[in-house]
Design a protein around this ligand. Structure first.
Ligand SMILES: NC(=O)c1ccc[n+]([C@@H]2O[C@H](COP(=O)([O-])OP(=O)(O)OC[C@H]3O[C@@H](n4cnc5c(N)ncnc54)[C@H](OP(=O)(O)O)[C@@H]3O)[C@@H](O)[C@H]2O)c1
Length: 358
């Protein structure tokens, strides 16, 4: 047996995943619409190997991605590359299942347990590091969900559990139930966060961050590629919006509208700022902007080609260049900073309880 390759974090910063002790790279790699779909076989191996060689040791997938094929591809590559299990962090997600059937999806105790076992089989792993509830399931009592994820952890099939696109109320409910039952609460939220999608991660979750210290594992930080500038002059052949026309039909329609054209105008301005003031690309700027948010634990990158991954990793050097002045210029271009909590005309209190205007 050959010696496993040694993981070298290179210049990758690591952060704790929310309140947990798990350390995750600021940039990780995901397999939605790519692995097992547009990227299969050797290209998949090439991208994952390149990631590992550049400090990325965290890989995210889900049971539903390409009906389980994403997990299969990732599992095969992990095995073929002979990585040490302790060197990598693997996360997967349950909710949509891989096939129809009343109990083949959702967050019942049955699907959480059976779904976890099936995911592990596809990944050829004994455990994942974090198992996510890919969405909230309003048809299942929250206590059943919390107890089932705790069972998965007790069995050693996952070390932690987390949520994805749950409302702040649902996350809070899970916390309270876990607290009451002396069980393990979720440690992270996998949410969409990018320059054009800010309300939920920046406003709705504000209380969740401060009360429970949850971290985010951010998805679509490039808005599926829109923030790279590749869609400024139409839809390039072979790009995500071209290949996945029907899935992105709403986005494609929006791009034709005045709102969509306004987004393109902003991407052009951001490109100018990135090039002239930071000597970087719009992709690296958009990724660094999400990564610098103190509530971001990791930004999950997506890539169909090795060159994209290398370009996106340039974001690591851009993070410290995002000075308050540059951030202000970005806000001026975006013009979409979520407002604070509505005080309904009442002045807010300062930390010592005095009215802030006195
Ligand atoms: N929890 C959830 O509900 C959820 C939802 C979505 C995603 N996720 C996770 O988050 C991960 C990342 O999401 P995402 O793939 O949507 O991220 P993204 O960064 O917004 O989009 C990635 C796509 O943009 C294009 N791209 C990336 N870098 C580029 C570059 N430098 N130049 C030109 N094009 C570039 C590529 O697509 P093309 O080459 O095909 O154009 C790539 O596949 C997923 O893999 C998944 O693990 C989670």
């Amino acid at each position: 047996m050959s010696t496993p390759p040694t993981f070298d974090p290179k210049n990758m910063p690591f952060r704790r995943l929310g309140p947990s002790g798990l350390r995750v790279p600021v940039f990780s790699l995901g397999g939605w619409l790519t692995f097992g779909k547009s990227v299969v076989g050797d290209p998949c191996k090439e991208i994952m190997k390149l990631a590992f060689e550049n400090g990325i040791n965290m890989f995210d997938t889900a049971e539903v991605y390409s009906q389980g094929k994403s997990e299969e591809e990732m599992g095969r590559v992990i095995k073929e590359l002979g990585w040490r299990r302790s060197d990598i962090v693997v996360t997967t997600k349950l909710y949509w299942g891989t096939r129809p059937g009343p109990n083949n999806g959702g967050l019942s105790r049955k699907h959480i347990i059976e779904g976890t076992q099936e995911s592990l089989a596809r990944l050829q792993l004994d455990y994942v590091d974090v198992i996510f509830a890919h969405r909230a399931d309003t048809n299942v009592p929250m206590e059943e969900v919390v107890r089932a994820f705790n069972y998965v952890i007790e069995k050693g099939w996952a070390f932690y559990w987390a949520t994805s696109e749950w409302s702040s109320e649902q996350i809070e409910e899970a916390y309270h139930i876990a607290d009451k039952l002396h069980l393990i609460p979720p440690i992270a939220e996998q949410c969409q966060h990018n320059m054009f999608h800010r309300e939920r991660p920046e406003k709705e979750y504000a209380k969740i961050y401060s009360s429970y210290n949850i971290g985010t594992t951010v998805w679509s930080a490039l808005a599926s590629g829109l923030l790279t500038g590749k869609y400024n002059d139409g839809i390039p052949e072979g790009s995500r919006f071209d290949v996945e026309k029907s899935f992105f039909s709403g986005t494609l329609k929006e791009l034709q509208s005045p709102e969509g054209q306004e987004k393109i105008r902003k991407v052009k301005e951001l490109t100018k700022l990135a090039q002239e003031e930071l000597q970087t690309t719009p992709s690296a700027l958009a990724l660094a902007w999400v990564a610098r948010n103190p509530n971001t634990s990791t930004v999950i990158l997506g890539a169909t080609k090795p060159e994209q991954l290398l370009e996106n990793l340039k974001a690591i050097e851009v993070i410290p260049k995002l000075t308050p002045e540059i951030l202000e210029k970005i806000e001026a271009i975006l013009g979409n900073k979520p407002g604070g909590v509505n005080q309904y005309g009442r002045p807010s209190l300062d930390p010592f309880g005095k009215l802030s205007h006195l």
